[in-house]
Design a protein around this ligand. Sequence first.
Ligand code: GLA
Length: 333
Amino acid sequence: MFAHRFARSLVCAATVLAAAGFTSLAAAEEVKIGFLVKQAEEPWFQTEWAFAEKAGKDKGFTVIKIAVPDGEKTLAAIDTLAANGAKGFVICPPDTSLGPAIMAKAKLNDLKVLAVDDRFVDAKGQPMEDVPYVGLAAFKIGEKQGKAMADEAKKRGWDLKETFAVINTFDELDTGKKRTDGSVEALKAAGLAADHILFAPQKTLDVPGSMDSTNSALVKLPSEAKNLIIGGMNDSSVLGGVRATESAGFAAANVIGVGINGTDAIGELKKASSGFYGSMLLSPDTSGYETASQMFTWVTTGKEPAKYTALDNVTLITRENFQQELTKIGLWK
Ligand code: GLA
């Protein structure tokens, strides 16, 4: 009797131990990674998040999404991630010069870091090439944007003597400067005279910011300016510019705005017509799904991502083809 009871409690204990062992194993297996973005209100970043979460579902990891609009929130987010047991994070920082502070904080918390979209710079303003980074082949993509604008101007039969370009710039950001530089090169190569290109620095990288910068350029236009090309580093840099041309009385037929991202132009392209002609659709699926997957691989196998992955895949989307192109990457709703 006694022996029997003893044997039974041994079995019980073994079951409890096995259950406990199983639970801690499962807990040990749950991998969490952070995905921190500078402008969570921008569709581009919401799309990156959505693709990162898709990767998490497919591969079995959890994505902790945190909006980091400033330096303070960025550093606090890194502590939050560590407290939640994350092992690493993907980040598009609100200010690239935060790079050294972000790396110091991550090191302190033993977190791995992969930068996306905007590359960290050091105290001397040089790119931090040691930190793995996934970003655009920016100059090349800018050139394609410039060529798309010039091609459309040609198609409309515009006389370049009456055509002026307003390029909204955001030179604080290397990926921004390279995009607008590339765009301007392509416009010049297509025959637009240098003195027909007006540069309009944006104070903020959003629609109000580009509306203001374009407005300040429009008042400087000579009277022969009949047709306008509106450029800028992303969709919001062009959308605000196009709004400014509308307020200044330019008809849609006399304006060609081409953005970059594609994700932030969907609502605009759904309008029957506007001076916003199209956008260079990037690969938010790669920037979100791949970066999160690479971080997952890094924390689980130790395989570090490449130091620099340049994304150069773009497709011009216009009212003609945007539904089709967005459907291809699962973004048509
Ligand atoms: C920057 C821009 C975003 C988007 C990404 C693409 O972060 O602010 O809108 O263009 O680059 O890498």
